[in-house]
Ligand binder design. Structure first.
Ligand SMILES: NC(=O)C1=CN([C@@H]2O[C@H](COP(=O)(O)OP(=O)(O)OC[C@H]3O[C@@H](n4cnc5c(N)ncnc54)[C@H](OP(=O)(O)O)[C@@H]3O)[C@@H](O)[C@H]2O)C=CC1
Ligand SMILES: O=CC(=O)O
Length: 324
């Protein structure tokens, strides 16, 4: 008999067919409390789950006693209680690599849009404000040759460094837990502590995961240390930045602008102060959102679940210790 799995994200038809070929699939529209109750039987017999978004914690795992593998259509896995998965021997699979270049493109787009006020001035054109030659009130700031600080020199940080170094001649500073030889050799990136990164970066780009250590890593004190007129970009996770402190820094002119793909609460509430600030470019968490990359992520997530439930995992595993 095929193993049972719960699918909580819509897949392209061909990938759904592949999943159906291996498993008895119960498809639900998200890990909501209502669905956990409504599909209690499916969770009780599920050996795998596949999807994105929604908390996978001890209380969900208690409802799925046969679970052996979870496959997320994302690289970030902060919505999973990995400790609880480890205790129950559940393998967690994710989708690194396939999205790296696309997310780095998004970050570079945020750098350019924030510096050159692309969204704001395009709106002004649409509003009919372009009536004569533009003056300094339409100007932005240069990107090329400015100092780019990268907080989190992992896969995405490295791809961003490549763009900034070769495409925009930007000197690169970075901070991570360890030195990254590849970034230093290929892009002449200089390692520094967080304070130096804050003080010296013209553009500070965050590509960190959300963990206990990174939660509110950037708060009022850190923002106050940033170079006057700097631009802050965040495509890691919203709660890495204390959003209220960020709003204050944008209002009092400490920061020139911010480009944000992620927020403390998503979707961003429509009454958020951030949306009232002209110097904020706010995107709806589209870091990896191209047709090609989202398809690749879904494909990898399906293959990851098949590998996890057939004992053939050789990559993309968050907690390989469970395999031993
Ligand atoms: N906006 C979006 O749509 C997307 C957002 N993301 C987010 O981006 C994150 C990064 O992805 P990816 O680059 O693939 O991940 P990686 O694991 O490759 O890189 C993470 C980097 O963060 C660093 N890091 C972790 N904790 C700390 C810390 N406490 N202090 C300093 N540095 C730290 C790591 O340091 P070290 O190298 O020393 O271990 C590493 O350099 C994801 O976890 C996800 O949250 C990802 C995809 C899309
Ligand atoms: O935020 C997206 C991810 O893949 O993580």
């Amino acid at each position: 008999m095929k193993p049972s799995v719960v699918l909580y994200k819509t897949l392209p038809d061909d990938l759904r067919t592949r999943l159906d070929a291996h498993f008895n699939v119960t498809a639900i529209d998200g890990l909501t409390p209502e669905n956990l109750e409504k599909y209690a039987d499916a969770f009780r017999s599920a050996e795998g789950i596949l999807g994105a978004g929604g908390k996978v914690d001890a209380s969900l795992l208690d409802k799925a006693p046969k679970l052996r593998a979870a496959s997320t259509v994302s690289v970030g896995y902060d919505n999973f209680d990995v400790e609880a998965l480890n205790q129950r021997g559940v393998i967690l699979m994710h989708t690194p690599t396939v999205l790296t270049e696309t997310v780095a493109d998004t970050m570079m787009a945020l750098v350019l849009a924030s510096a050159r006020r692309v969204v704001e001035v395009a709106e002004r054109v649409k509003a009919g404000e372009w009536q004569r030659s533009i003056g300094p009130d339409w100007f932005g700031i240069d990107v090329h040759h400015k100092k780019l600080g990268i907080l989190g020199m992992g896969r995405i940080g490295l791809a961003l460094a490549q763009r900034a170094h070769f495409g925009f001649s930007m000197p690169i500073l970075y901070n991570a837990r360890k030195h990254h030889e590849e970034a230093e050799q290929r892009f002449d990136a200089q390692y520094c502590d967080l304070d130096t990164l804050l003080k010296e970066s013209d553009f500070l780009c965050i590509s960190l995961p959300l963990t206990e250590q990174t939660h509110h890593l950037i708060g009022r004190q850190q923002l106050a240390k940033m170079k006057p007129g700097a631009v802050l970009i965040n495509a890691g996770r919203g709660p890495v930045i204390d959003e209220q402190a960020l709003i204050a820094a944008l209002k009092d002119g400490t920061l020139h602008a911010a480009g944000l793909d992620v927020f403390e609460q998503e979707p961003l509430p429509v009454d958020s102060e951030l949306l009232k600030l002209p110097n904020v470019v706010a995107l709806p968490h589209i870091g990896s959102a191209t047709h090609e990359t989202r398809y690749g992520m879904a494909r990898d997530a399906v293959e990851n679940l098949i590998a996890a439930l057939t004992g053939t995992v050789d990559k993309n595993c968050v907690n390989p210790q469970v395999l031993r």
